[in-house]
Each structure stands twice: as C-alpha cells, then as structure tokens.
Design a protein around this ligand. Structure first.
Ligand code: HEC
Length: 177
C-alpha cells in the first residue's frame, strides 16, 4: 500500500503513479532515494559556484595583473619541468629549477618589488608560503640526490602545489589580457 501522506504532501505525484505499470509500493520505495539523490546532486553541483562567488578579487593595475598572470604560467611550466626531472631521477636539476623559478630567490625578483606591494595581505601571505615551500622542496630534492628517497621529494612538492590550490581557491584578479 502506498503511504497516503506522501501523496498528500506531493512527494509522490499521483499523476506519476497513474498509468504506470508498476506496483504502488515499489513506486513509493523507488521514488525516495531518487529524490534524495537529486537533492544531493544539486548541492554538490552548486558548491563550486558558491565557492567561486566567494573568491576575493584583487584589483590590480593592468600592467601588474598582466605580469602576475605571465608569472603564473611560468609557475605551471616550472612544475611541469620539475615533475619531469623527478621522473628522470635528475634531483639536483629539479632542486635548481624549483629554487630559481619558485623558491625564495625568485620571490625577490618577481614579487617584493614589482607585484607584491599591490597584492591583498592574505594573498601575499600565501605567496610567501609557496616560495618557502618551493625552497623546502629544493632542499628535499638535494637530500634525495644523496639517498634516493624520492617519496620525500614528492611529498615536499605536494606542499608547493597545496599553496597554488589554496590561493586559487580564495582569490581572482581583474583580467587585463
Ligand atoms: C598568492 C596567490 C597565488 C599563488 C600562490 C598561485 N597562484 Fe596562480 N593565480 C592566482 C590568481 C589570483 C590567478 C587568477 C585567477 C583568476 O582571476 O581567475 C592565478 C592564475 C593562474 C594561472 C592562469 C594564468 C592565465 O594566464 O590565465 C595559472 C596557470 C596559475 N595561476 C598557476 C599557478 C601555479 C602552478 C601555482 C603554484 C606553483 C600558482 N599559480 C600559485 C594566484 C596564485
């Protein structure tokens, strides 16, 4: 027997059941999980939109935003090279690549003087953490060069990537390109 209260509250539309060649009890049972799944899917799909709407926009002069985005593309390229070098057991080269392009050394060139002063405080903080993590990775890779423990290097590299993800989750920029 189908539960009358479900129909009363329009949880199981009567029109849905009429004309269907299914036993009513099965129809009632079958409908509930579907409704639940639909609600969960709606929530899951709307999450990224909510997260994106919450990202803070860093209002930068257009030449700064352009420079920052080109630095970003360079960041990704460096990560790609570093991963390739690790896979090729070229740990010292991976260390140099990380230190020069993403580490504390690169922070002096790219951020402090030119871009850094325009960034919101929180973004500057994550940026510093990323440069620090990249320098830590460089140290780990030099250790791996000696003892062959590649897991240490991968774990240090994931710390660098966590900072990329953290900042992208929280900030966006006004695009000039
Ligand atoms: C301190 C903050 C911060 C950190 C750290 C950071 N990014 Fe970004 N990145 C941004 C912002 C903000 C944008 C612009 C996103 C937007 O406006 O939608 C961006 C954009 C990018 C883009 C797109 C560039 C383009 O031309 O469209 C790439 C690629 C990128 N980042 C890679 C990286 C990688 C790889 C790392 C880590 C090694 C990293 N970023 C670390 C803030 C950051």
């Amino acid at each position: 027997m189908i539960d009358k209260t479900l129909i009363k509250h329009k949880i199981v539309p009567w029109s849905y059941l009429q004309g269907k060649n299914v036993c009513k009890a099965t129809a009632a049972k079958f409908y509930w999980p579907n409704a639940l799944i639909s609600v969960l899917m709606f929530l899951a799909l709307s999450m990224p939109v909510i997260a994106n709407a919450d990202r803070q926009s860093a209002e930068l002069p257009s030449h700064v935003s352009k420079h920052l985005m080109s630095t970003m593309r360079n960041n990704l390229e460096s990560l790609a090279h570093i991963t390739y070098l690790l896979a090729d057991s070229k740990y010292a080269e991976a260390a140099d690549m990380a230190e020069n392009n993403l580490g504390m050394s690169s922070m002096e060139i790219h951020f402090k003087k030119f871009v850094g002063k325009y960034l919101p405080k929180g973004m500057r903080k994550i940026s510093k953490q990323m440069h620090k993590a990249a320098s830590d990775f460089a140290l780990s890779a030099r250790e791996t060069e000696k003892d062959g423990d590649v897991n240490r290097s991968f774990s240090a590299l994931s710390q660098v990537m966590n900072q990329c993800v953290a900042c992208h989750d929280l900030y966006r920029v006004n695009r000039a390109d």
